[in-house]
Design a protein around this ligand. Sequence first.
Ligand code: FAD
Length: 498
Amino acid sequence: MTAAYLSAALEKSVSITVVESARTPRIGVGEATFSTVRHFFEYLGLDESEWLPKCAGGYKLAIKFQNWRGDDTHFYHPFERLRTAEGFSLADWWVAGSGAGRPFDQACYIAPALCEAQRSPRMMGGALFASELDSHLGRSTLEQQRAQFPYAYHFDADLVAEYLAGYATARGVRRIVDDVVDVEQDERGWIRSIRSKHSGDLTAGLYVDCTGFRGLLINQTLGEQFESFQDVLPNNRAVALRVPREDARDMEPYTTARAMDAGWMWTIPLYRRNGHGYVYSDEYTSPDDAETALRAAVAPGRDDLEANHIRMRIGRNRDSWVKNCVSIGLSSAFVEPLESTGIFFIQHAIEQLVKHFPGPDMDPHLARSYNARIARAVDGVKEFLVLHYVAAERNDNDYWRDAKVRSVPDGLAERMEQAKTHLLDEESIYPHYHGFESYSWNTMLLGLGAGPTKGRPVLRHLDPAAAHKEFTQLTAEAAVMTERLPSCYEYLTSIQPH
Ligand SMILES: Cc1cc2nc3c(=O)[nH]c(=O)nc-3n(C[C@H](O)[C@H](O)[C@H](O)COP(=O)(O)OP(=O)(O)OC[C@H]3O[C@@H](n4cnc5c(N)ncnc54)[C@H](O)[C@@H]3O)c2cc1C
């Protein structure tokens, strides 16, 4: 992603070389994204109907949280902003009792109905169901996002990596398949060159460390401190399985995050197979037991499928840019994948790198500003994720009970206290850019059972007619779209290459 984007952003004025090991595989997970990822692909000038089918892609309208309030419960966290009536969000009106007794997510959003009916967000022929959002973005960035685009993608991360490698090399990026075996530093400790096994020493003005959890340059060579978040986010392992779908047509346009005894399990539907994984804390279950639980849940009788066990490094570098090295991806930061933020962090980092791209003098102010933004975005997501565990009503074992008594990041306790009396807004969520808006925070609070129990007092002074009308209209729109839109699988089949 980094090489492809830099080759598009800096065009031919900078020469870029990627060194990638054939022996050390990529992590092989990372299949669900954020809706803002479309800015990335559009920036590169890539057309979704061209690249998505080549990457076994599917659509993601929401995350379905299952069993987070106890068994047989669920709610959706969609890519959809809340509508308003009389200056208050439908969530406010819903808390005040205007939702006609329907669950919060179904009353306030269209996406849950489309998810349940496995609809595609695009009509046959390609038109988006919310046509006013289907604008051509061109070279735009996360900062320029104005409207909430209604979907993100599921894809095979390895296929995307290969696709982007083709894109980048066609634009002059040099790709060397080799192992970096040594790193040489100068007298100031800056990286002078990296030594590859077969291609010798390679020298650059700026080194981008994309070596995953190893942090070969940033941590192992430059010794930058990695600040762990495990005190507040204890999940430190995952086990993943790729499972062919028995009926490929049974394709959900959403990610599922199902609460488990010692963590949660993802289901990510790709075009013909599902990716599944159990993210857990090894303080509460063992890798063998986690694998057994995962297999029992998603692939009973398929012992032939190979499980991928992964140790996760949760936290971030104190600084992601140190001297002449910028770490991007897992080498920089990772919070567990509950809200699919890994690729979002990468996109954010790349955009910020372009914005802060150094000149020959390597002005330290650029690195300082870059580091502050990366740290704030990661810390915001960390806080949002901790909220998931603290707010979840589920408390049927030590894992879930302990989540409620762990210390929480600064600011979150206050926000949660406030949310007991009224919902949050853009001024009361985590204050810096981290990808999530107040509708997401409120959806999680209400979905998990930690929102306010009574409406804002002011709503008693307002006529609820406008809100009732909005709820009714939303339900009608959802019904029409469910009727008109093709299934997710049907639409994706129509754009497969022949
Ligand atoms: C369990 C889990 C689930 C995840 N789910 C999601 C998700 O749903 N959505 C999301 O957005 N993100 C997710 N992520 C994050 C996502 O997987 C990563 O952000 C993404 O794959 C990028 O990884 P990476 O390139 O930083 O590291 P890696 O994939 O580990 O790649 C490291 C690269 O460095 C190379 N390398 C390493 N050492 C050397 C060397 N000495 N010489 C040469 N090359 C070397 C390797 O060959 C490899 O190509 C998940 C992560 C985990 C752990």
